[in-house]
Design a protein around this ligand. Structure first.
Ligand code: SF4
Length: 415
């Protein structure tokens, strides 16, 4: 029997610190829910979190909860509950897993954080459709179920160049949220507080970008799989000091690795870019699969989605509107293709993996020939993996393994 190859994937020491600030975040929300103060807002992952924090809300992100359901492999058992009340198995499996978990009275938070029994009950639900319509339907369900007000921003989609007209219309919608949110918050918006929060979000974003950009170094000090874990604070704690402090520590560690020429995947031979959603229930398995092939999947559109370089504390509403409209997922195919070509070049990758996530057409960009067009333009080969972010019934591990191995063989032949 052939000896199993020993795979070396370097552990990030800062992980313990990240786990601590994430625990503090969830326990603070839990306490607030129990004592009804501070107020709690639920927000979509690229929704107006800065405005909510500036008004004193603690912010819960249901997509983060959906990803936790996926990563703990609980999601697949929750989805049928939502299907049974009319939410199709074909729609977002964050939505169906999260609603299903609510219906079953289960949360992965209880396992990770003893003493927490449920997700924190919201005082308001705030969405932005910049990523998809599913988030609006998702929050609308909770609004009816919990009898909680729902507010939102309806974004342009398929945007080529982001024009002043796009930005202005979103800025106006953001401003229109202020009065109803003030009423729910029971306080007036302090303009200086909003500037401070936007400044903290910008710092968080800049540091997160620096963290991700370290992957341009050969060998890469970080993998995409590390990124999906360490993006937690950028998603749920942007606009706060702990997130800024954390990314300074993580960045220092990665720079130290670069100085020492330490690779995240020992013996890195091939460098790949991941386009599309992660497969949360297979993060560890996929990290191992690629590492065994001396291949580092080192960068992704997904982790880059929490980079908001347009934030400007001196002009909060306009800059928030711009940042939340410049996002990759909001853009037209030509704009997305130009972005991926820049990433291929910047990260010096040998190939691209496209994940066609069955229940997320919004973040599956390979369905209309994009992969083939980019292959031709950049002479960078690609592989499409069929799967899903959360519903593990929609992927075949054997097929994925066979396809990935064949793809790496193809890269070997080309080198
Ligand atoms: S972008 Fe995809 S994964 Fe995210 S909420 Fe929308 S459908 Fe779900």
């Amino acid at each position: 029997m052939p000896e199993e190859k020993k795979v070396v994937r370097k552990k990030i020491h800062a992980t313990g610190q990240m786990q601590k600030i994430m625990a503090d975040y969830f326990y603070e929300l839990n306490e607030a829910a129990k004592s009804s103060a501070p107020k709690i807002a639920w927000c979509t992952s690229v929704g107006p979190a800065e405005l909510l924090r500036a008004l004193g809300f603690l912010v819960h992100f249901p997509e983060n909860h959906g990803a936790m359901l996926g990563a703990t492999r609980m999601a697949t058992d929750m989805i049928p509950e939502a299907n049974a009340i009319g939410y199709s198995p074909d729609i977002c499996s964050y939505l169906t897993a999260d609603v299903g978990a609510y219906l079953k009275g289960i949360t992965p938070l209880s396992r990770a954080y003893p003493g927490i029994e449920t997700v924190p009950r919201p005082d308001v639900l705030v969405f932005n459709t910049n990523q998809c319509r599913d988030v609006q339907d998702w929050f609308a369900w909770y609004s009816r179920e919990l009898n909680v007000p729902i507010l939102g921003i309806e974004t342009h989609r398929g945007v080529g160049d982001v024009t002043p007209a796009h930005v202005q219309s979103i800025a106006e919608q953001l401003k229109a949220l202020v009065a109803p949110l003030e009423e729910i918050a029971g306080r007036k918006l302090d303009p200086q507080r909003l500037k401070d929060v936007v400044a903290l979000s910008r710092q968080c974003s800049d540091l997160w970008k620096e963290v991700l950009d370290t992957a341009a170094h050969k060998p890469s000090p970080i993998t995409f799989f590390d990124g999906t874990i360490h993006m937690g604070p950028a998603v749920v704690l942007r606009g706060t000091q702990p997130a800024v402090d954390y990314y300074k520590v993580l960045l220092a560690e990665l720079k130290e690795r670069i100085r020492n020429n330490e690779a995240a995947v020992a013996g890195e031979r091939f460098r790949l870019y991941w386009e599309g959603m992660p497969i949360w229930g297979r993060l560890s398995a996929h990290s191992k699969l690629f590492a065994e092939l001396d291949t580092c999947v080192l960068a992704s559109t997904y982790c880059n989605s929490w980079i908001f370089s347009a934030f400007d504390p001196e002009d909060p509403f306009t800059s928030m509107a711009r940042a939340y409209t410049e996002l990759f997922i909001v853009r037209s195919d030509p704009a997305k293709e130009a972005y991926i070509r820049r990433m291929i070049d910047f990260f010096k990758v040998d190939g691209v993996i496209y994940h066609d996530a069955k229940t997320c057409p919004n973040n599956s960009n390979c369905r209309y020939g994009m992969a083939q067009r980019i292959d031709e333009q950049t002479s960078t080969p690609s592989l499409i993996i069929n799967g899903d972010l959360n519903d593990l019934r929609l992927l075949s591990d054997e097929q994925t393994k066979t396809n990935v191995e064949a793809f790496i063989e193809q890269l070997e032949e080309q080198h």
